[in-house]
Design a protein around this ligand. Structure first.
Ligand SMILES: *Cc1c(COP(=O)(O)O)cnc(C)c1O
Length: 392
């Protein structure tokens, strides 16, 4: 089976819920991307930058101390944290910037919440010499000053958005407005497996190198398929990047971990698959955190990168068809997870990634016998040290 279908649907999720004026732009992008996907020269260029610039392939590391502590699990870490800029996001921004360049665009725009996607976009834009404007809520600009400074150093312009709640969803609206106005020279670079078709598919393709590599590396080491895949889910790109290559390997169980924030029965969490309802966000039909009038609710997580009120349509589809399972862990559990990996293996994970780690002791209790698990170590934790002060 191939997903999405021709109209960009994964089951009943996905599609294109955008103003009429954007449809022809998305058609253009789809056409360009589908032809570049088969273009050997383009793929060669992308491979070159992934390898020589970003640092692929990343290692699949057997975490023996962590595994000993967990007893029933043999844990393998897919080290996306070792990539340039410290997380998996660069896989996608390099891919899209090359598409933008091939489409003869001279400027990229993006929105960012915590600033991580903004930094990854500004990095790729600097590399290829494209102009870069990043929309960011003024509230977020204040909270994430270090990333704002990084983007500026990389030559990007950071445009503050002070409408609405002054956060990610408002920045998203402004970025789309900009795109409609400046279509001719501008490429809109989306940061996760979200947005209108073809973005969820394109971003998934760019990130699926994670699972392709991990599968081959695991086979090399162990000689078979892993039993479990575990990854954290914000918009869902690192998780889908790991999961997708294993879709047809039915024995491989996939588990996505959302942010339960202060608890999923409070109003402060980001468990979109656990607690959201079907709605439209960012041009796509998916699970969304919304109030009874359908207004988007701001998400909360200690991990800025999981703080997103929607989730990619392919995950909604995997959940509905039971191909993957989704659970959530709280802010507090995530901090414990971060300490657990730091002190058992000497690897400080990002707070986002720490959600996946925090789930491992729960999984260890559930399984029968010994099982193997690949965890997507989506990013490194240096960026989070400040927000951890006082919590350790
Ligand atoms: C942005 C980010 C995430 C969340 O985004 P996904 O699209 O769900 O992968 C997870 N981990 C890290 C380190 C991030 O920077």
């Amino acid at each position: 089976m191939r997903f999405p279908n021709k109209k960009g649907y994964f089951g009943r999720f996905g599609g294109r819920f955008v103003p009429e004026t954007l449809i022809s732009l998305l058609d253009d992008l789809e056409k360009s991307y589908y032809s570049l996907r088969k273009d050997k020269v383009f793929q060669g260029e992308l491979d070159f930058y992934l390898k020589e610039y970003a640092g692929r392939p990343t290692r699949l590391y057997f975490a023996s101390k962590l595994s000993r502590a967990l007893r029933t699990l043999r844990v393998f870490l897919k080290r996306e944290d070792l990539l340039h800029t410290g997380a998996h996001k660069i896989n996608n921004t390099l891919g899209q910037i090359l598409v933008a360049a091939r489409m003869k665009k001279t400027r990229v725009i993006a929105e960012t919440g915590a600033g991580q996607h903004g930094v990854a976009t500004a990095t790729a834009a600097a590399l290829l010499g494209l102009k870069c404007d990043i929309y960011m809520g003024s509230e977020d600009i204040e909270r994430q000053s270090l990333n704002v400074y990084r983007m500026k150093l990389l030559g990007a312009r950071v445009i503050p958005v002070s409408s609405g709640s002054k956060t990610l969803k408002d920045a998203m609206n402004e970025a789309i407005r900009d795109w409609v106005t400046n279509v001719k020279d501008t490429f809109y670079l989306i940061g996760s497996v979200a947005g209108p078709h073809p973005y969820p598919e394109m971003v998934r393709d760019f990130q699926s190198i994670i699972g392709k590599e991990a599968g081959a590396q695991f086979k090399n080491k162990i000689g078979k398929l892993p039993d479990y895949l575990v990854a954290c889910v914000g918009g869902g790109s690192n998780a889908m990047g790991l999961f997708h290559a294993f879709y047809n390997d039915k024995s491989v169980k996939m588990i996505g971990i959302e942010a339960a924030g202060c608890g999923i029965n409070t109003s402060k969490h980001a468990a979109t698959l656990g607690k959201g309802r079907i709605g439209v966000l960012h041009g796509s039909r998916e699970n969304v955190l919304q109030d009874k009038y359908g207004q988007i609710i701001n998400a909360h997580s200690i991990a800025a990168g999981l703080d997103y009120p929607g989730v990619g349509p392919e995950h909604c589809f995997y959940k509905e068809t039971k191909r993957a399972e989704y659970f959530s862990v709280t802010d507090k559990e995530a901090v414990e997870g971060l300490k657990f990996l730091s002190q058992s293996e000497g690897i400080i994970p990002a707070l986002e990634t720490a959600h996946a780690i925090a789930y491992l002791p729960k999984l260890a209790k559930k399984v029968k016998g010994q099982k193997s698990v690949i965890v997507c170590l989506s990013g490194r934790g240096d960026k989070d040290v400040n927000s951890l002060k006082g919590l350790l």
